[in-house]
Design a protein around this ligand. Structure first.
Ligand code: DGY
Length: 325
């Protein structure tokens, strides 16, 4: 009997590929850059499974080009690149990779916060580029972390893990804004749920951990930056389009806020000649918050397990549209 066909849009860690190869006829896109939309569409035409990345747009048109498609497993916890409603309407199961990257992502967001607060990247470049001539009593001054107020936008798994580090490790007061109350965070970390304006005006550090959806897209613009403290640091390790790039550039340039540390941008990747790169108070990393050996391996296995479950006709271990049976 022929094995079900699966297209994997990039080389994910071997642990996941191996699992798929044992059970499926697998084609993997091996280029460093993602396949184009048209290429994915052509590749999935005969496939029952698609293992996609956050850089792949998976919409209704693409699904219609793949009449045998039963399951889409995104190699990410976020799945804003997939039209889930369209998948549900077509009886296609969609999976993501929650949980396994929570700690790695929170670690990284915390590192970004520290780096921005204490101007670590500036300091490294200063020393490396031969400007370090003496100890400077007024040079390189940054912001304190201990006892500061952190605002968490989106108190889900990763938001909680970030707040935990801040509160337990650095004695920070935790505020959060979320559509849902997080009792665990309130009890365990003394977190206080506030409206968005309070989060903006009272946070020394504001860390974004919400998903990208119509209500969060473009949420941070000129008006929001104007409400923030002039010493505030913005950290975004969620999705780039939650922050309006041009407005952020102006806010950092004009010191409306003090600094930003971004692991995600809009557009992504940010073109190398973008003016944000010229600002010393902006740290940009290439969407690497989940990039630890452990997390990326677990994500690969989880995505592969989602594919295999979907091909068997089972509910996926982490299915985002459980209504598809
Ligand atoms: C995700 O999983 O959504 C991250 O952005 C990448 O790991």
């Amino acid at each position: 009997m022929s094995k079900p066909r699966v297209f994997v849009t990039r080389e994910i860690p071997e642990a996941g590929l191996e699992l798929l190869r044992q059970n499926c006829d697998v084609e993997v896109w091996t280029d460093l850059l993602p396949p184009s939309y048209e290429v994915i569409k052509a590749k999935v035409a005969e496939c029952e499974g698609l293992l996609s990345l956050l850089t792949d747009r998976v919409d209704a048109e693409l699904m219609d080009a793949a009449p045998k498609l039963k399951v889409i497993a995104n190699y990410a916890v976020g799945y804003d690149n997939i039209d889930v409603d369209a998948a549900t309407a077509r009886g296609i199961k969609v999976g993501n990779t929650p949980g396994v990257l929570t700690e790695a992502t929170a670690d990284f967001a915390f590192c970004l916060m520290c780096a921005a607060a204490r101007r670590i990247v500036e300091g490294v470049l200063y020393a490396r580029n031969g400007h370090w001539h003496t100890w400077e009593p007024r040079g390189h001054l940054g912001q304190e972390l201990w006892g500061a107020t952190i605002g968490i936008l989106g108190m889900g798994r990763i938001g909680y893990a970030m707040a935990y580090r801040a509160h337990r490790g650095f004695n920070m007061r935790v505020l959060y804004h979320d559509v849902r109350e997080n009792e665990h965070a309130e009890q365990n970390l003394g977190a206080q749920r506030v409206d968005l304006d309070t989060l903006l005006s009272e946070s020394d550090y504001l860390s974004i951990h919400t998903d990208l959806n119509p209500s969060t897209e473009g949420l941070f613009g000129r008006e929001e930056f104007a409400k923030m403290k002039d010493r505030a640091v913005l950290i975004n390790s969620a999705r780039g389009p939650i922050v309006q790039t041009e407005a952020l550039y102006e806010a950092l340039r004009d010191r409306v806020i003090w600094a930003a540390a971004l692991d995600v941008t809009d557009p992504e990747p940010l073109p190398s000649d973008h003016p944000l790169y010229t600002l010393p108070n902006c740290i940009i990393t290439p969407h690497i918050a989940s990039a630890t050996y452990t997390s990326r391996n677990r994500m690969a296995v989880m995505a592969a397990e989602n594919i295999l479950a979907g091909l068997r006709g089972d509910t996926l271990p982490t299915q985002v549209n459980p209504e598809v049976k």
